[in-house]
Design a protein around this ligand. Structure first.
Ligand code: CA
Length: 246
């Protein structure tokens, strides 16, 4: 059985190809806006047995990359955000993610900036496919992580035991509160939109009031926040919620 059963349901259907194998294929997100590179990389990596999907913007990358992603192959020149900024955000929110930067910027200074921004490896375009595949194999191997624990600030969550701690103290949370917290903490690099939270934590056919979401967030804050300190969950008005202080 694949691990992290609670998170399985949060994976988009498109990416949720559960083979039933003991070892599910590593999930790779290619972030590349060049139509001459992205789609062919997806085909090549899929043919190699990986689960590969393409994001052509930083916004798409944010929606596709999560805790279940093993490797992000990241072009630095993206249409909607500097790839270095995306790299920093991913590194801050997903410490176990492997990041392979792929870019036309061959200058040594850019290479250093990429590594400083949290990239694990760096490949300059044009590159040989064999070299890219070799780097991907290393990154995927390095990124293998069986841990089911996640933490953000003083909050730690273990998906295997469904244990939640705040400042080291065990906190009792109800099942939906746990699912909501797990969704937020495994996506702590981004704001998770309200609709996505409702779809994933309740279900797509749920017609209840969206107030239910706010009530569950309120309950989590009551249980996890410490007096006099910023909340562990930030409200982004009109959008959704992000794990972490403002
Ligand atoms: Ca580009």
């Amino acid at each position: 059985m694949p691990i992290a059963a609670p998170s399985r349901r949060f994976v988009d259907d498109a990416r949720c190809i559960v083979s039933g194998d003991v070892d599910p294929p590593a999930s790779i997100v290619i972030v590349e806006d060049d139509p001459g590179i992205g789609p062919s990389l997806v085909r090549t990596l899929t043919a190699q047995g990986y689960r590969a999907v393409l994001a052509t913007t930083a916004t798409e990358a944010d929606a596709l990359i999560d805790d279940s992603t093993r490797l992000a192959i990241l072009d630095l020149g993206l249409p909607d955000e500097d790839g270095l900024d995306l790299c920093r955000r991913l590194r801050a929110g997903l410490p176990d993610l492997q990041i392979l930067v792929l870019t036309a910027r061959g200058e040594e200074a850019d290479m250093v900036l990429g590594l400083d921004a949290g990239a694990d490896d760096y490949l300059v375009k044009p590159f040989r496919l064999a070299e890219l595949l070799a780097r991907v194999r290393v990154c995927v191997r390095r990124g293998t992580n069986d841990s089911t624990g996640r933490s953000c600030g003083a909050v730690t969550v273990d998906a295997a035991t469904r244990a939640v701690r705040a400042g080291g103290e065990v906190v009792d949370v109800r099942p939906k509160e746990f699912d909501l917290l797990w969704k937020l903490i495994t996506n702590s690099h981004r704001v998770v939109p309200r609709d996505e939270l409702i779809d994933d934590v309740w279900d797509e056919n749920w017609f209840g009031s969206t107030k239910t979401l706010d009530i569950h967030i309120w309950a989590l804050r009551q249980k996890l926040d410490r007096p006099g300190e910023p909340s562990c969950i930030t409200t982004v008005r009109g959008v959704g919620y992000r794990m972490g202080p403002p």
